[in-house]
Design a binder for this molecule. Sequence first.
Ligand code: FES
Length: 312
Amino acid sequence: MDDQAPIMVTVAAVTRETETVNLYTLARDGGAPLPAFTAGAHIDVVIKPDMVRQYSLLNSQADPSHYRIAVLREPGGGSAFLHDEVRAGSALQISAPRNHFALVEDAAHSVLIAAGIGITPLWSMAQRLSALGRSWELHYGARSRAEAALLRELEACGGRVHLHFSREAGGSRLPLAQIAAAAEPGAHVYACGPRAMLAAFEALPIAATRHVEHFSPIHEAAHEGGFTIVLARSGRRIAVPAGATILDTLKASNIAAAYSCAEGICGRCETAVLGGIPDHRDSILSEAERAAGKTMMICCSGARTDELVLDL
Ligand code: FES
């Protein structure tokens, strides 16, 4: 099966989780199973033909009969449309799950750090680690109990879940430095949340292996142009002009290329690099993957060499 083929689902249920977060349960008509996924995965949701948004799956991967996503209402854009227009019974087009925030299931210990709506992929990981009987702890920061999504589920996990409410009386912010310092070599530490929180976390020294998922781009897209892409499958050469990304250039040349977020956070446009050196501007690839230069996100990354040969 083409795992990039669109999937039609029906909204089976909408639940108000907090004042600003709704939970959506998505299922196929007739209950046919959805594609399997792993903890940390996300799907694209097509809001409108020209508006696609990514949402992490937060249900257990053990049950493929449905997907659950949590949507934080933000001003304008896709989340407001989902909150205002999508009801139980609505049809939605989604993608198969993709995972650039994969859980290392056999780690000696896993430390999960979430702030705000960033809890969604980490809750999926917590359920998976529990199912496997692995050692884990979770630290969740929100402004208040009222604004914390999935609170009931988290509190049911007992002492390995640590909650931090910055605006509650006697509350505190996520103690990122303390958590990072306590993580031992051999542990894997995963963080997801607002950009400032992730930047603070990434700046901390840590002995454990760090994994971060960004919901918004952390780099400007490469619009400098001035290089040539070579499409290896056809041999076609196309100049990328200043002001355009590789993806813009392909679209302008009527060459089909897969993409979704167009801002370096979803991984849909990942393309193998067969020659040349990419100028990585995405928010997904690890340092090791960047250095290897075998793959790139063509929606936002450019070139450090005059020519890039792409597996297109
Ligand atoms: S389209 Fe999402 S990373 Fe390029």
